[in-house]
Design a protein around this ligand. Sequence first.
Ligand code: SF4
Length: 442
Amino acid sequence: MSKTSIHPALITKVLPDSIASEIGFEPGDRLIAINGNQPRDLIDYQFLCADEVLSLTVLDATGKTHQIEIEKDYDEDLGLEFDTALFDGLIQCNNRCSFCFIDQQPPGKRQSLYLKDDDYRLSFLYGSYLTLTNLSQQEWERISQMRLSPLYVSVHATEPEVRSRLLKNPRAGQILQQLKWFQERRLQIHAQVVVCPGINDGVHLERTLLDLAQFHTGEVPAVASVAVVPVGLTRFRPTEDELTPVSPEKAAEVISQVLSLQDKFRASLGSTFAWLADEWFLIAGQELPPESHYEDYPQIDNGVGSIRSFLRQFSDAAGQLPQQVSPPRKFTWVVGNAVEKAFQPVLQQLNSVVGLEVKMVALCSHYWGQTITVTGLLTGQDLIQGLQGRYLGDAILLPVTMLKHGEYRFLDDMTTEELAHQIDTSILPVGGVEELINLCIK
Ligand code: SF4
């Protein structure tokens, strides 16, 4: 599917003390146009709002249209939030990757869980990965004209036949020409390579990383960084797929191969450039690289260095921990069993505060059929299975990485409210180190 027609943007929130709240905007109003132009998405909206004089065409909840004139500083935000970033619909994916996580979900869920996005706007706005296989000429031009950079691109392999095999799409073979296109326009991408043993590992992985490194030159390198990620498989994957799970031996092989390429990249490019996701070290049972390895953490949202970064932030913030809390409190901190060992120092420090008791429950995902699970993949059902019947203390400390972006919903569609009800305990979402400490001591 491509996009549908543009819908007036539905306003879901009006920020207090903002221009929009002063004017009297209300949730439920719809923004039709700005200075006569209908925004297609949040990118257009932001662009059109960067003006000092705005004429807004707005449809209120009763169906009445209003024309509103505003004068503001060019960089002043109106204070509106919308139900979606894409007012003309999602650009869906035209590939059929056998490792696609959407296809590896159980059947019978809400239709929207099966939507495969491959939308450059989401990539620009939120850092989601896209493949570049479905862009029209107009969209390429828009990326260039609006300088939508950096984008996040799933490269997987640079050899045309290997990438086409992985994405099951003949259009996938044009990746090197596309990277050249970015380079010519001084636009940037961050790349990811999902390694599928037997398909794009070994010599293919080496070829891919060396090819990508060719684009890491000049003041604005077209390929800013690469994340190398192990393929994730679930028990719902189609039986006829051609995939092999990553074994500890395979993980050790990839680690050693990429570490040695990193040495070369540091020498020739002045940067490690291609980074291994933490998961490789967890699968192989090896020590994570030291914190100094990760430079400015260019691929942290892809699980590259997130454990080291969390431990560092915690040790920086640990000075805020009091000697004692009163009244005493007890919490259960739920994590994926892959990080159980790595987070022990954090647990010990929290428990050294008199009156504070934090118990870690490290779970694997029976839902996905995994024996080792990273925290972000635990589902509501896994938590019910792992927590029901246990004494959980005053509340659950729940890492927000388990929840969908901006929602209180797990990957299996369960809400935190449903979970709290089922296990009869409050849930405290934890967004990072500061929040973890504050929830424990305040
Ligand atoms: S590009 Fe992404 S969404 Fe599309 S099939 Fe491949 S993995 Fe799935």
